[in-house]
Design a protein around this ligand. Structure first.
Ligand SMILES: NC(=O)c1ccc[n+]([C@@H]2O[C@H](COP(=O)([O-])OP(=O)(O)OC[C@H]3O[C@@H](n4cnc5c(N)ncnc54)[C@H](OP(=O)(O)O)[C@@H]3O)[C@@H](O)[C@H]2O)c1
Length: 291
């Protein structure tokens, strides 16, 4: 059984563990010792360590043949120091991992003014958050290239699940943009993202990026309208783009400001990935059947 180390032991990792625990020996880095029991009960061996504290990472060197890196970058600056600390901790052993699977974001593409985007599209990275993601991807590519390690980069859009929906935004009645000016965005069910990481684990490639987005880009307002209708909440008011910008927080605006439609062709063709949830609509339809 190969040993895999999970970095970024959060929601997507927790959905992935049951899919692979019979096929791999799993370790999970926990920065909060209180969560160690949870990860042990799930079937992993927890290791206490914090990517923000390089001294705490000594135990992860040489421990596994594979690494799932699902941790987000630090909150400030334009460099991902967490990934830097991870690479430096892994490099302390002569026994390096053979494969790294990294969850990045489709935010690296920046604003594409509603155009179609694939993995070869020129990046128009704008937000500081996305700049740190590009830095993380580049650090991992350099490490993988110098050390002959396989690297899979999974670029995820807005992650959702039945228990992970932005219903508070609707109940707060925060405005959205009118249909004419609205941006395009993409989604992925958290379980499908976890499944794509498992699929990648068995198909190692040399520094290959995949868009892990479902089949149906949506306008942001349409996404919220679907949720509102499904959960019988009031639809959000629609205003002109400039008005919305002045009302909502900077971080919420950064998601609305960028518009792109992303294709998943490489994921479905090269990795033969099949979605459990090919669209948000299909997920809500399944929920209706369960109700
Ligand atoms: N939200 C979205 O729509 C979206 C979109 C695209 C990509 N992503 C990215 O996809 C990845 C997986 O998502 P997710 O939903 O599983 O995220 P999540 O539930 O927030 O899990 C991320 C985990 O990383 C851990 N972590 C953060 N900083 C750490 C540190 N300094 N040292 C050790 N562990 C640390 C967190 O630990 P704690 O439990 O201690 O906080 C958390 O459990 C994340 O990188 C996320 O940013 C998210």
């Amino acid at each position: 059984m190969k040993r895999w180390l999970i970095i970024g032991a959060g929601d997507v990792a927790a959905r992935m563990v049951p899919l692979i625990q019979h096929r791999a020996r799993l370790f999970a880095l926990c920065r909060n010792p209180e969560k160690a029991d949870y990860w042990r009960d799930l079937g992993t061996t927890p290791i206490i360590g914090d990517l923000d504290d390089p001294q705490s990472l000594t135990q992860i060197a040489g421990i596994a043949e594979g690494v799932f890196h699902f941790a987000p970058p630090n909150l400030g600056g334009d460099k991902d120091l967490r990934t830097r600390h991870l690479i430096s901790a892994l490099s302390r052993s002569n026994s390096l991992p053979q494969h790294i699977v990294y969850i990045s974001t489709t935010g690296v593409y920046g604003d594409q003014q509603g155009g179609w985007v694939d993995e070869t599209t020129r990046k128009q990275t704008q937000s500081a958050r996305a700049i740190r993601r590009v830095d993380a991807e580049n650090q991992l590519r350099r490490f993988a290239c110098h050390q002959t390690i396989k690297l899979t980069i999974l670029r995820a859009p807005g992650i959702y699940a039945e228990d992970r929906l932005p219903l508070k935004r609707l109940s707060d009645q925060l405005p959205l943009v009118t249909k004419e000016e609205d941006s395009w965005s993409n989604h992925i069910h958290a379980l499908d993202l976890a499944r794509s990481a498992v699929k990648s684990m068995y198909q190692p490639r040399n520094s290959r990026a995949y868009n892990v987005v479902d089949n149906e880009p949506m306008q942001i307002g349409d996404f919220y309208d679907q949720l509102a209708d499904h959960f019988q909440l009031n639809r959000a008011p629609r205003l002109a783009k400039e008005q919305v910008k002045n009302i909502i927080s900077e971080i919420s605006w950064s998601f609305i400001a960028e518009s792109r439609k992303i294709t998943n062709q490489r994921l479905t063709k090269e990795l033969n990935f099949e979605f459990l949830y090919p669209s948000v609509t299909s997920c809500l339809a399944k929920l209706k059947l369960i109700k």
